[in-house]
Design a protein around this ligand. Sequence first.
Ligand SMILES: [Zn+2]
Length: 464
Amino acid sequence: MIDMLVRNADWLITMDPERRMVRDGAMAVDGGEIKAVGTTADIEAAGYREAARTIDGRGRLITPGFIDNHQHLAPFFVRGLGDDVPLKVFLHDRCYPMEAGVTDEEAYLAAMCALLESVRHGTTTLCDPGSQNPENSALAVDEVGCRAVLSRSLTDMAGGRVMPGTFDSTTDEAIASGLDFVESHAGAAGGRVRPWFSLRTERMVSDRLCVAVREMAAEHGTGIVSHMISNRDSVEHHQRVFDGERPIARYERNGVLGPNVQLVHCHFLTEEECDLLAERDVKVSMCPTASAVFGWGGLQRATHLKLLERGVTVGVGTDIGACSHTTDILRIAQYFRVYRDIFEDASLMPAETILEHLTIDGARSVLWDDQIGSLEAGKRADFLLFDLDRPEWVPLHNPLSNLGHGVSGDSIDTVVIDGNVIVEAGEFVNLDARAIMARGREAATAAAERTGLAHFATPRWPVV
Ligand SMILES: [Zn+2]
């Protein structure tokens, strides 16, 4: 008898190469792997009639689990302490002190709280671009039961600023700590954690570190993630520090750009740089709410659309919980519709593209599409059941319309990852979420006080 049978789903959105949408959908799952996908009649005809657990799909719509291509777990407790300031102030006065200042326990709880929100809203895999505390994030990912690409944040050029903690490391220290994390976390959490190398941000990494990371990633068969020219300042800063050279040119000169590289933001690329990323098959992660919150002008530049025209694989990310204020990746992806307003064109970013970003393209962007990103036989069983018996699904003429433009992750009833039911009826099955949130609130307050950030929490309106 197999482990799991899902039957009679009103809709099953496969995201397979033909983008089949199955009515009366069903799936057979065993050992965490999808054995068959089709109509309930197809699955029965294939001999899958009984399972240890059967999920009734009536009144449900099934999609693959969502992939959040960019979320920082460790500084999650800075949410609410960094509103209404430009990126430079946010990073240096709020985010970096929090990220470097949390204890191991606080970093673990920050990751747990971020994951509670993310997974509850449909994220089954996320890519954390690196922190000072990735070991704690790995513990949280293991405990929650999701998947993640994790890395140690590597920097060796503080750029003339005094930087907290290990942000201010030497090149040799950065190389050793990055390698140590990758070697110690290969195959972690039963393979649900994949360690990568992180060049934290283009203007804080030397040529020597770039070359070393390229070589280590090749040797270990991992990806490389790097923030890349999120705003105008970051380009100018890079050119000041590196003799006028632009960051993409420097990464290219150091042989970094390749199919195992994911660059985040990329709003200030030139046309030629867009061509080069396409040629090198570099993946890109776009975080629309980060640009909107910090006022980068990234959405009005719409480099995203230029990359899509060139066939570049693009995924969508939350960035920090303090930028987006939500980790509901479906809501964040729907934000791309702002392009329609900017360019006076109602055809931009249709629901289908939004869903591709969240699933199969997101999976390609984290180099995991051989196992996740679509519901097909042979892939791992990561999927979501949306509850159609909610007002946001009425009327239901075309489910892609509701899903791509209207509903939020609140609509998700059940989350299955690697064949395990993680969330059911909107609640975590094997975790005491309320107890974790209570510990998280206390830890966030303690961390804000110790890192000197607590006064930023004062509301502008009188508290009586
Ligand atoms: Zn980021």
